[in-house]
Design a protein around this ligand. Sequence first.
Ligand code: MLT
Length: 401
Amino acid sequence: MTPSILLTVYPDECDAFGHLNQASFLSLFERARWEMLRAGPGMDLFDRTGAWPAVRRTVIEYHAPAFPGDVLRFEQDLTHLGRTSFTMRQVARRVGDDALIANAEFVFVCVNRGGRPVAVPKEFNDFMTSRRRHAGEVQRLAVNGVSLAVEVRGDGPAVLFIHGYPLDHTIWTHQIAALEGWCRIAPDLRGMGGSDAPDLGYSMETYAADLAELLDLLGADDVVLVGLSMGGYVAFEFLRRWRRRVRGLVLVDTRAEADTPEARRSRDAAAGTAKEQGAAAIAEAMLPKVLGASTLAGAPATVERVRTMMAATPVAGIVGALGAMRDRPDSTPLLAELDGLPTLVIVGDEDELTPPTQARAMADAIPGASLVVIRSAGHLPTLERPSETTDAIVAFLAGLP
Ligand code: MLT
């Protein structure tokens, strides 16, 4: 969420029982939006630009009463931006006890003085984007029909971190913290972490389209892609569709080949296990494959962290990801076409899922790519050997033209 606005509840806004009443709540939501503009581009922004945001739809959920003297903290953000319309989500919490009082969604259409729809003013979008980029927290952003949990941190050129399966964006915690001077964007892919997990709608194309819309929403025209394992498969799909938006590529413990027939069968078997026994069974099966022998033997906190992360993945997201991986195309023909795209391949020397020999062959097939092997790490070097992995990424980013 982006910076908040504080407003006090007055007695004349409350009903006979002393509760903040509905009409006054609506006006507090509106006041919070104006205060945000006052503190930013100015309350006359819409007058200046001749595009007035007319409310088209409002949904408010009331969770707890508020009373005179309560100070409410309003957090507000754009969750959708169209050409002429935008959706704003507002959340009101009581400062005293952090209780959630209400949350609301307002859909606006920008109209000119004649009442005709016009484009959302760019100045407004830029303002909301820059607030978002400075939020440094996990936000919920609506893209491509789902709401994604996304951590956005820092200013500068954009780096998009794409996690693997069945994981979430926190596998990049160390890298996100360290990459000063870059706008770090780390979403939970649909179906994983805190993002929506619809029952249908998973494919490499869909994951990549989610990310392209996310970058649009964050005003990031071009980006360095950093994809781990399944995140690499998504990065390949993104490159097939939006190559011109990519200025650098980091492939971590991933592969370009499609699944073999045997691997496809085991995806279906794993989907059956997930449906019958839940995510915990998947976590138990994956853990010894995902972590290297050194981590399994010597880093119990990391083992527990990864186990918990995997076991928290929604079953719909697991099944969806398995289907998307099973059906992904072979990306090896793409490798030679990456000529001119600065590329770094990273692999843990104990990775058994995508071993160093495979990483080396992939790096050799990408013109100009370099390879870094991280010692004593398995399939998740970002968590198993965070400093070494971060150093490799920092050095690569520093060398970008
Ligand atoms: C991942 O880490 O994303 C998966 O292991 C990839 C895969 O199963 O192919």
